[in-house]
Design a protein around this ligand. Structure first.
Ligand code: 3LM
Length: 439
């Protein structure tokens, strides 16, 4: 499969004088149908191994003296096209597609870190990422230091000559805290250890359509492609994007030797298919999310809504600075009163008829879940408290359904739960939980 056959990596027919737009690149970049018997869609290369031209050529491939494919754990043409396209969309030199988001994160960390090194992480991360870092890597002699990076000045005193990676999500899963990517880059640049440090940003919530961390100073971007990139809840996949030299090292060590988290050819195809409609879907997710966040904020049952598109959002300025739009994810807390915030949340989720109670995000279906008992149950209760994930927090991923149907479903459930809260016997006062954003 020829890649980058024309200018902008397009086939000569689709090459334009101006740089192509996001959707055009997401649909065409790196693939010319004429290289695959005219097939409009790229072939799925269902093969685990590759025949060498002759025995000498096999040796040369292994020695890196010749370009080509060796074995499926090191690469596959369908995977290679997905990588070319993701690198293009994120504005990186190269990408590596993996079997899951956790595969991308773990392959990257096994490559970048050694015993004795220090990893600085933001206070709030997706549950399994947090667990891999604080319960996993710490067992292997790596120092893991959580810092509230929503205030970039907090980072400076933590950087030492042992610091190798600074890692955060923005928006953070699940409580939507934002970290100013360019401001963190400035803090790292001002440090005497700048040359040793990789800034790694998880861009799962935004996708490259809404935010491009590499252009703001990140060294690597990681993704759960299971989410918006795939977009249809039918594939588990991940990716890491950045400088070619680093991506090559992650492929040949973190992926090949340490995790084996290779993406299947069919899954690479599904993510490529998802990318074609990414822009259309993201615009629709954002529209629905904006309406649902406003509806939640106006309801008496709801204590707080965390959504970058609301004026009440604590990091609205940072959102405007680095995100094209506020995204499709939100979190909220309820006034549970004597019923308790958690009980009220469970009641609310059980009242919904259209919105589905499930983990994951970025699918066509609107999904709702309770981080403390689900996605973030990998934190101990003490860790959740320290890291700003309240027991009453509920997370919603706005899907692509008709907004009137979503509004009706959510309103009915909110009203029913509010009626229950009001009926609940008084006596036990509202619990004074810290809010999920620690203010
Ligand atoms: C979830 N998140 O429901 P995979 N980075 C971020 C993520 O949100 C995730 C990953 C990495 C969820 C999954 S919870 C059991 C379901 C910001 C995943 C990891 O390995 O592709 O799942 O990505 O929040």
């Amino acid at each position: 499969m020829t890649q980058r056959s024309g200018k902008d990596g397009m086939s000569p027919k689709t090459t334009r004088r101006e740089p192509a737009g996001f959707s055009t690149r997401a649909i065409h970049h790196g693939y010319d149908p004429q290289d695959a018997k005219g097939a409009l869609n790229p072939p799925i290369y269902m093969t685990s191994t590759y025949a060498f031209e002759d025995a000498r050529a096999g040796g040369e491939l292994f020695a890196g003296e010749r370009e080509g494919y060796i074995y499926g754990r090191l690469g596959n043409p369908t995977q290679a096209l997905l990588e070319t396209r993701l690198a293009e969309l994120e504005g990186g030199e190269a990408a590596l597609a993996t079997a899951s988001g956790m595969g991308a994160i773990s392959a990257s960390m096994w490559t970048l870190l050694r015993p004795g090194d220090e990893l600085i992480i933001d206070k709030t991360l997706y549950g399994c990422t947090f667990s891999f870092f604080t319960h996993g890597l710490r067992e292997f002699g790596i120092t893991v230091t959580p810092v509230d990076m929503t205030r970039p000045e907090n980072l400076e005193p933590c950087i030492t000559d042992k610091t190798r990676v600074v890692y955060f999500e923005t928006p953070a899963n699940p409580n939507m805290r934002l970290v100013d990517i360019a401001a963190i880059r400035e803090v790292i640049d001002a440090s005497p250890h700048v040359d040793n440090i990789s800034l790694v940003v998880d861009n799962t919530y935004c996708t490259p359509y809404l935010q491009t961390p590499l252009k703001l100073g990140a060294n690597l971007v990681v993704h759960s492609a299971t989410k918006y990139l795939g977009g249809h809840g039918d594939v588990i996949a991940g990716a890491v994007v950045g400088e070619k030299e680093t991506i090559d090292r992650i492929r040949m060590y973190g992926l090949k030797d340490m995790t084996g988290a290779v993406i299947a050819p069919m899954d690479a195809f599904l993510v490529l298919r998802g990318l074609k409609t990414l822009r259309l879907r993201m615009d629709a997710h954002v529209k629905n999310a904006q309406a649902l966040a406003a509806l939640l904020e106006a309801h008496p049952l709801v204590a707080r809504v965390f959504y970058p598109g609301l004026e009440s959002f604590a990091w609205a300025e940072t959102a405007k600075k680095q995100m094209r739009a506020p995204g499709g994810m939100m979190a909220f807390e309820l006034h549970g009163g004597a019923m308790g915030d958690l009980e009220a949340g469970i009641h609310l989720m059980d009242q919904l008829r259209l919105i589905i109670c499930a983990v994951s995000l970025g699918d066509a279906e609107t999904l709702i879940q309770h981080p403390a008992s689900m996605t973030h149950s990998t934190y101990t209760p003490e860790e959740r408290h320290v890291h700003g994930i309240s027991d009453g927090l509920i997370r919603l991923s706005a899907g692509l359904e008709d907004i009137a149907d979503l509004e009706e479903d959510l309103t009915c459930a909110l009203d029913a739960t509010w009626a229950r809260v009001k009926k609940a016997k008084a006596g036990e006062s509202n619990r004074l939980e810290p809010t999920s954003q620690g203010y």
